[in-house]
Design a protein around this ligand. Sequence first.
Ligand code: ASP
Length: 589
Amino acid sequence: MYRTHTCGQLRIENAGETVTLAGWVQKCRKLGGMTFIDLRDRYGITQLVVNASEGELMQTAASLGREFVIQATGKVIERSSKNPKMPTGDIEIEVTALKVLNKAQTPPFTIEDVSDGGEELRAKYRYLDLRRNPLRKALELRHKIAHEIRNYLDAKSFLEIETPYLIKSTPEGARDFVVPSRMNPGQFYALPQSPQTFKQLLMVAGYDRYFQIVRCFRDEDLRADRQPEFTQIDCEMSFVEQEDVLNTFEGMMRTLFKNVLDVTIPNPIPRMSWYDAMDFYGSDKPDIRFDMKLHEITSLVQGHGFSVFDSVEYVGAIAVKGAAEYTRKQLDELTEWVKRPQVGAKGLVYIKLNADGSIKSSVDKFYTPEQLAKVAETAGAEKGDLVLVLCGPKRKTQTMLGVLRIEMGNRLGLRDPLNFAPLWVVDFPLLEWDDETNRFYAMHHPFTAPKPEHLDLFYSNRKEDLEKVCANAYDFVLNGTELGGGSIRIHEADVQERMFEVLGISKEDADYKFGFIINAFKFGAPPHGGLAFGFDRVCALFGGQETIRDYIAFPKNNQGRDVMIDSPSYIDQEQMDELCLNSTAPKQE
Ligand code: ASP
C-alpha cells in the first residue's frame, strides 16, 4: 500500500496514529537539525518533519528537491506552531521512513496558486500547471457540474447516447475539420460541429429523451474565447413544444445553480423576444444585470439641420448614470474607442446633464437646451447622467450601442461575475439575409422549424415575407454570454426540402448532403425539439471566470495549437501517400 491517507485528510484527532503518505514535495526547509517538508497531492498539503541531523533518513531528506515524488511513514503529532490557514495545519508527521519514489527536474515555473510562469510556458508543461490549485479546482467544478447534469437528466428519463465523430458535414455555420479515409481513397469524413442530425435521427428512432456531454469540432478563426474542440451538453426531446423544452432546461439550470453554487436564480427565468433584445440592448445576448437600455431618438433629432442625423435610418442613445462628470479628455478617449474597428462607429455625440441642471452637448449648435433635455429625458437620463448617441443603419447601430453599453457597464463596475442574471431570448427570426452573398442563411441552423403560424410566409417567394418568418428558437443567456440555444425542429420532409430551397441549396446538393435526414422524416418522424449548452462556458461562468481555457484539461492556444504535444504537425510522405494526399504546403522546420 503506497499510502494510508491523502495529504488533505489528517486532523488533530489522528494524533498518535502511524500513517503513510505519498505525494509531491511542495517545498523543503532546513531548520537546525530538522527538515520540514510540505507534501502535496490533489487533496491538500501535509507538513512532514524529519528530526535527524545524521543518518540515512536525514540524507534522504537533504536530497529532496521540488516536485520529487516521495513516500513518508511516521507518527501524527500535534504541531507546536499551528497554521490555521491549512486544514491539516494542527498536525505534522514525525517521519520515521522516507522513500524517494521518483526524482524531478526543477520545474520551469513555480507550482503555486499564483505562478511565475508565463502562459506559453505553462501551456507547454500543462501537466505541471494542472498541479496548481486554481486549475485543479476548475476541473473539480467541471466534474461536479457534469455529475449534476447527469443526475438531473437521468431522473427525467433522458438516455445518454453516444453519436459518431467520423461523420459527414453538419451545418452549424463553421468550417468542418475533415479526416481522410484510407479505406475510401479520396474521400473524407467530417468531424461533427454538433451531433444535430444524429440526435434528430434518434428522435425518429423513438428515443424521446436524449442527451450527451459531447465534443464538437469547429474550424473557426479563434476569437478570444473559442476552442476548435469544445464540449456541449446536447439534448433533444420528442412530442414537445417550446414551453416543454424551456421548462425542462430551466429546471436543469436552476438545479445546477442550487446544487453547485447554492445560488437561487429567478423563477421563472425572464424571457425576451429577439426583437426586444436588439431594440433595447443592441445584442441578442443582453446582459440584464444592469439597465442602461437603448432608446431610439430618431424622430426627436431629425429635421433640425444636423445633416449627420438627418441622413440616417436610426439614431439611438443610452444614458450612463452619474457620468456627466466625464471630462473633455475622457469623452475624446471614448470617441476614439467607439471608432475602433471592433466597434465601428463613425463618431460619438454626447449630452451631459450636469448636476446643476445645465446641459452641455457636442451638438449644441443644432439644438436648443430644451430639445436636448427632451432627448435626454427620452433616453432615461437624470441630472448627473451622460447621454451617448450613435447613428446609422438600424441594426448595425443598435449593435454598436450594445457594445458601448457593455463597455460603460464595465467601466461603472456593473458586471459583477458572481451576480447571475439568466435570460431566455426567444422568437428569433428564422432567416437572415446576407447582402454580400445575396441569399438567406438560417439564423440558427437549417433544421429549425418556422413557427406554425408563419408557414404561409415561409412558402412565399417575397424576400420581405421571408424576413418576417419567426422560429420557435431560443437561447439561454447568462450575464451577456450565450450559454446555449436550440429550437423546435422541422419534422416533415416537405418542409425540410422547402427550407433547403429557401437557403438556395439545390435539390441535388440537399440530397447529397442531407438526403439521409429528409428520408428519415418520411418514416414517421415525431414532432421534436431540443437545445445544446456550451459546457466549457457553463463551467467558466460558474467559476466566475470569463475564459474557458482553464476549465479544459488540455486546451489549444489561439492558433489552434496544442503546444504541449506540438500539434498539428506534419505527417510523413508514406502516410500521405496511403491517404492519397498531396501536400502543396511548404514544410517548415
Ligand atoms: N446543434 C445546435 C448547436 O450546436 C444546438 C441545437 O439546436 O440543439 O448550436
